[in-house]
Design a protein around this ligand. Structure first.
Ligand SMILES: [Cu+2]
Length: 138
């Protein structure tokens, strides 16, 4: 009986080999992955205002709703950047987060989430118009 089974096993082995050995269909060439676009800052844009001995520059910036403004103090003295009006600082409280900047320091405002124009000033030199400006949120 065993001798009768042996040829059957051989036949099955050949069949299995033939089945698995077919030409694999040529796979399509992979499409190149497009370069990822940079993720925008959540909620909008940022702008930078630089402070020097000549005052703030630029005097006015425009950002998207939800954006922030980075104040950079390149002056040799400290500046306390605050929302108008002086001395309440209540128009755009997020600006007050920039706050007091030592020479060489920089800090961002909070997110400015209301479409409007915000005035700011140096709280320690509130009459110095070169240290005043506006942030337009739109
Ligand atoms: Cu003030």
């Amino acid at each position: 009986m065993r001798r009768l089974l042996a040829p059957l096993f051989v036949a099955l082995a050949i069949a299995a080999a033939a089945c698995g050995g077919g030409d694999s269909p040529s796979s399509p060439s992979p499409t190149p992955t497009p370069a990822p676009t940079p993720t925008p800052t959540p909620g909008g844009s940022t702008a930078t205002i630089t402070i020097t001995s000549a005052g703030v520059s630029p005097r006015s910036v425009t950002i998207a709703v939800g954006g922030r403004v980075n104040f950079v103090n390149n002056d040799t003295r400290g500046h306390d950047m605050s929302s108008n009006p002086h001395p309440e600082h209540t128009d755009c409280p997020a600006i007050n987060q920039a706050g007091f900047l030592q020479p060489g320091q920089s800090r961002e405002t909070g997110n400015l989430t209301t479409p409007r124009t915000c005035g700011f000033h140096d709280h320690n030199r509130d009459t110095d118009t070169t240290l005043q400006g506006t942030i337009v949120i739109q």
